[in-house]
Design a protein around this ligand. Sequence first.
Ligand code: NDP
Length: 327
Amino acid sequence: MTFKAMRVDQAEGGQTVALVDFDEAELMEGDVTVRVSHSTVNYKDGLALTGKAPVVRRWPMIPGIDFAGVVERSSHPGWTAGDKVVLNGWGLGETHLGGYAEKARVKGDWLVRLPEGMGPAEAMAIGTAGFTAMLSVMALERHGLTPDRGQAIVTGAAGGVGSVAVALLAKLGWQVVAATGRPAEADYLKELGASEVIDRAELAVRPRPLAKERWAAGVDSVGSAPLANLLSMIRYGGAVAACGLAAGMDLPASVAPFILRSVSLLGIDSVMCPPPRRREAWARLAADLDRAKLKAMTRTVALAEVEAVGRAILQGQVRGRVVVEIG
Ligand code: NDP
């Protein structure tokens, strides 16, 4: 028995990527087999597909760090055939065969039930990027931040995490400032709910320990100098949820915002996020993300196109979210 899958193999001086017929017997261990209908292209998928960073830890690999589908077979007590499920993280597409395939075999403990009223294509329009945006917003809320404290800034705003963060924060009543390097996307960002769009170049300057206080909260998917600048500009008692590294992994900041303004830096990881918080985040996404806006930020591609989209996302050329239609 075989199924269609995107397969990455190690090759001399690099790697090969090809759409192949994958043997079901080669699937890895797991107590649930899922018929995958949709996946997505996230930044990390771009890294895996191009080999630009060591995301893939096992060969051969089926990339794809998330999927939605229907349970085909299960020996896990929580799942039966026909259940609609979503999976993101837990090493999918890194250490465990991933979502760019018609089938996946995984641990039942990794799965989350698709929220009532949310289809698999919508779940993947959200995907790991949207899930991470939700985790970021939840972290700001746990910190006690509310829209009456001031504006929220979102960096990498026209990207996947950024687009969902803008839409979520706007729906929750925040005045959202969107920082982007693509001024042509200003109307798009305003349609998602941004009240102001700024040039990301403003945040690429050499960071000072402290600058004028501007925003109460931030969602940052880019890291490096922009994150350091954000910290220096956050208002007293505010916080930034840091979830990405699109501008770089470094952080050329000082402790000044922490010790002089009680600013907090909140770390966000989606991969090992514990199950209760996962369920909470998916439930919040079902309730708090405007579906029309989600549709407006999403385009759909075929499995054969993921490699090209993976290259484009690393160059900052993908707007919003990309769903991969599989079966
Ligand atoms: P996207 O490529 O869709 O978004 C990234 C955006 O960052 C781009 O669209 C661009 O936005 C901006 N950007 C790109 N390069 C630069 C640069 N040199 N300087 C400043 N801004 C830049 O990727 P995703 O939304 O899928 O992921 C965003 C980041 O979040 C990635 O680093 C990813 O690894 C990380 N991530 C982390 C997760 C976690 O668990 N912590 C989970 C998911 C994602 P614009 O054009 O608007 O300026």
